[in-house]
Ligand binder design. Structure first.
Ligand code: BES
Ligand code: ZN
Length: 456
């Protein structure tokens, strides 16, 4: 009987075939026409856990998409327990015409696997299924206790899992959570993400007249909500990216000198990073470095504006109602509910009496930060070093994984963010891809992590 790492190496071809099958299921959680597919993906993942040798595998019904749970708890009372989290849902694939190969027909080109969800997150969460399988197939046991909780709503707000966690603390109890849903720095430079930004998403509606009006007959006498929206947006930040909402920065935990020094060491190739974006130059708060601005500073961005006439040619109309979608990425210790309140109060102060404003809240999640000195982080460091031949760097990620803050809050556990994606994976965009050598190195890293954390 071989060891888990050799076993994993010998089975790489099968792993790729299995991952492709998973990626063929269009489990787009936000689109109701894919609800059936999303259910199929949940079942597929549950079956994969069963085949890997996990026990108590079950689909847990929720108001929306099922959760998948499994465990293997025979490592002994002294052994630690790891809770592995991931998501089997994916972002919508639109716009389809910009894909070079169809989003749900996984295609290998050079070292990359192209498909929606390849990196975010199917290809990453599957790493741990295969690591566990390799152990159970070769040793008949795992070095530590393992639980899986995998959701199908991460890309659409995660409401079902948020409600489930506080009600199932016993079931999910663990010493540490392990999540692979982030990127490392570059193909051969692993990174441990110790901080994630949080999120406060707001939808805003502005209404002027009760119906669209002729702008000649009424213009000058009735205010236009689209013009007002422009003023509001212009008042939210200054030209250098500083948010103008009073109180917005009050709870922002200042970066310590130690952390600034740590982030300054991050070997980010800024010109390659800029080239990848296609923008003419980088931008942002002048008092912070690019790395700090990307992970450790809060932002405010407008994601969409709907309003007025957008068809061909001109139309002289004062629109009745216009809409905007705005998010603020938060850092410790900003509170999403409080930020939402400050946002609303400030916007109300900018809206004249001739316009009505209403708000709807979208995603809310606090930022999270993990102490990088804890034993599980050290185990991750050793595991990455062995699999990649290189010491991982520590970095903060600007994206959000809301469940990490919820694990901290309700289960009292920290999360090790052991990512295997790359910044060039184009997640959420056309031609999403996954760097396959790191799929295989990820399996090795996960195997080594289970062993190393077991030694604690
Ligand atoms: N996997 C991403 C988070 C992420 C983004 C990690 C970029 C590393 C780099 C996750 O699936 C995601 O997209 N999260 C959303 C959460 C939001 C909708 C609350 C995000 O960050 O926009
Ligand atoms: Zn993700």
């Amino acid at each position: 009987m071989s060891d888990p790492i050799t076993f994993a190496k010998e089975n790489q071809g099968r792993y790729l075939d299995e991952l492709k099958a998973f990626l063929r299921i269009p489990s787009v959680s936000t689109q109701p026409q894919h609800d059936g597919d999303t259910a199929v993906a949940a079942q597929w993942f549950a079956d994969a856990l069963t085949e890997a040798g996990m026990e108590n595998v079950r689909l847990i019904k929720t108001p929306k998409h099922p959760l998948v749970y499994a465990d293997w708890l025979h490592a002994g009372a002294d052994a630690p327990t790891v809770l592995i989290y991931g998501h089997y849902d994916v972002q919508p694939a639109e716009p389809f015409d910009l894909w070079e190969t169809p989003p749900f027909e996984p295609t290998v080109k050079d070292d990359y696997l192209y498909a929606r969800g390849a990196a975010d997150d199917k290809g990453q969460v599957y790493i741990h299924v295969k690591a566990v399988e390799a152990y159970l197939q070769t040793n008949g046991r795992l070095p530590i206790n393992v639980k899986f909780i995998v959701e199908g709503e991460e890309e659409s707000g995660g409401a079902s899992l948020s409600a489930f966690i506080p009600q199932n603390k016993e079931l999910l109890a663990a010493d540490i959570a392990l999540v692979s849903d982030t990127a490392i720095l570059s193909p051969n430079q692993p990174a441990i993400v110790y901080g994630l930004r949080g999120m406060c998403y707001v939808l805003m509606d502005l209404t002027g007249p009760g119906r669209d009006l002729h702008s000649g007959s009424f213009g000058g006498g009735i205010n236009n909500p689209l013009n007002v929206l422009g003023h509001i947006i212009a008042g939210l930040k200054d030209e250098q990216g500083h948010v103008l909402i009073p109180g917005f920065y009050d709870r922002v935990r200042p970066l310590s000198d130690e952390e600034r020094a740590l982030l300054a060491q991050l070997p980010l190739d800024e010109s390659a990073w800029l080239a990848e974006t296609g923008a003419p130059e980088a931008w942002g708060e002048p008092d912070y470095t690019l790395v700090e601005r990307l992970g450790a500073r809060p932002t405010l961005d407008v994601h969409g504006i709907i309003g007025g006439y957008t068809g061909p040619g001109g139309k002289t109309v004062l629109p009745s109602t216009v809409h905007a979608k705005i998010s603020m990425r938060l850092v410790p210790d900003q509170n999403p509910a409080e930020i939402r309140q400050l946002f609303e109060e400030y916007v109300r102060s900018l809206v004249p009496p001739s316009i009505k404003v209403t708000f709807q809240s979208g995603h809310g999640a606090p930022a999270s930060i993990t102490d990088y000195h804890i034993p599980a982080m050290q185990a991750a460091r050793v595991a990455y070093k062995e699999a990649f031949g290189k010491e991982p760097v520590l970095m903060r990620e600007g994206g959000s994984i809301p469940v990490v803050g919820e694990f901290q809050q309700h289960l009292g556990i920290e999360t090790v963010l052991m990512g295997f994606g790359l910044p060039t994976d184009k997640i959420h965009a056309p031609n999403e891809r996954y760097y396959l050598p790191n799929f295989y190195r990820g399996i090795k890293t996960s195997i080594r992590f289970l062993a190393e954390y077991g030694k604690k």
